[in-house]
Design a protein around this ligand. Structure first.
Ligand SMILES: [Zn+2]
Length: 133
């Protein structure tokens, strides 16, 4: 059963959002991975300081690529749920997530209270960009 709360129009809107997001992220990830493979850092003779700067740059870059590919898989999962009618239901309490939340986070898997509870427990699977430092 598809979510009772979302109208067909709302589902179409969210589906379009997800498809756009999916395309943008696919392109971004592809570009990032490609660029990563062709880094020319090794060519120039660089001072120690330059190496450190390049290191930080690569770090940021990898972090962004990682974030994008995580989001891409979340969007892909959301599109799967859209296809089999589970979209819009919280995966924890199976209540409706709500259109306004989905508009902001089309790939959301949980309603806001469940998402908060999960984050409190340390499950940061919804792309919170915590960087180990
Ligand atoms: Zn919930």
């Amino acid at each position: 059963m598809p979510s009772a709360q979302l109208t067909p129009t709302q589902l179409t809107d969210l589906s379009q959002l997800l498809h756009h997001r999916h395309r943008d992220l696919s392109l971004a990830v592809e570009r990032e991975l490609h660029a990563d493979g062709t880094t020319e850092m090794s060519v120039a003779t660089t001072s120690d300081a330059d190496w450190k700067a390049a290191d930080v740059e690569a770090d940021t870059f990898i972090a962004k690529a990682a974030r994008d590919s995580i989001e891409l898989s979340e969007v892909t999962e959301a599109l799967d749920r859209l296809t089999d009618g589970r979209y819009g239901n919280c995966e924890t309490c199976s209540k409706d997530i709500g259109y306004s939340r989905l508009l902001v986070h089309p790939a959301a898997r949980r309603c806001l209270p469940c998402q908060k509870a999960a984050e409190d427990k340390g499950d940061s699977s919804h792309g919170s960009s915590r960087r180990p430092r």
